[in-house]
Each structure stands twice: as structure tokens, then as C-alpha cells.
Design a protein around this ligand. Sequence first.
Ligand code: FES
Length: 155
Amino acid sequence: MRQQLLYDKQQRFHGMQWTSLAPTRGKTDLILSGRRGKMAVHYVLNEGDVPEGGHVIVNIGGREIGVYLIDGQYYALYNYCPHQGAPLCRGIVCGTTMPSRVYQYEFGKSGEIVRCPWHGWEFEIKTGKSLIDDKIRAKSYPIEIQDGKIGIVLK
Ligand code: FES
């Protein structure tokens, strides 16, 4: 009953829906939202919904956001590539070659890079920064954990 009330309240005020990369789950989860100043924290997932090294895409009021778990820390990226608008979070998660001497190739940041599915631009999941130009960024969002719920902070 309490869950249904919270769910109804959330739907009325925020119109959010829960989605994931696993369509078979098809689950509409309890979503709690709160306001803190001009920022809203949208509690859209439970800890444990995102596997280590994996991610889940949620939809908050029509805005798709990928929630990633890397080394026990959560990160949120807007599912929109700043190049031409591809669904960035549908891209593969990989690593990259690190700065090194000529003819030396060092691989690093494994599991910390997302590669856009359309043209292959790569972004750091932790910061949203493009690997080719610091001025290009995928939008990222702060994460807040409370009582086992993962909250995405939106302005
Ligand atoms: S749309 Fe993402 S690299 Fe072109």
C-alpha cells in the first residue's frame, strides 16, 4: 500500500519511468524523488540493481541516463552523445591506450571508457570528458546514495 502511494505520488509529480538494458525485466520500480534547493534527487535504483562493471539506463521525465558501477562507485551519464546525439550509453564499455613513448602501447582505464555506437567517439564514464578534446563532454550527473537507493541529482 505504502509503495503504491509513493509510486502514484511519483508518477503524478515527475512522470518518471524505470527502464533497464535488460528488457526481460520489464520492471516498473518504486521511484522516490525529493527536492533539495533547486536540485532534485531522483532515487531510481536500488544498490545491487547495477552489477559491478555494468550499467543500467533509467528514464527520468524523458531524460535517459546511464548509471554505471566502476570499482564500487556509481556514475551517471546522459544517454546523449555531444557529437550527433547518439544513445551514448548503448555503446560498449572499454579501455583505451594511455600516453606512452613512440612504438610503445600501454592499455589502461579498462572498463572506464564508453565508446559511442555511431562514430566511435570515446568518453570517460567518471567525468564525461571526451578522450580527444577536453572541451567536449558528455553530460554527467552527481550520484547520491541513501538507504540503499541510488539517487541521481538533477538541476
Ligand atoms: S554521435 Fe556519437 S560519435 Fe557521433
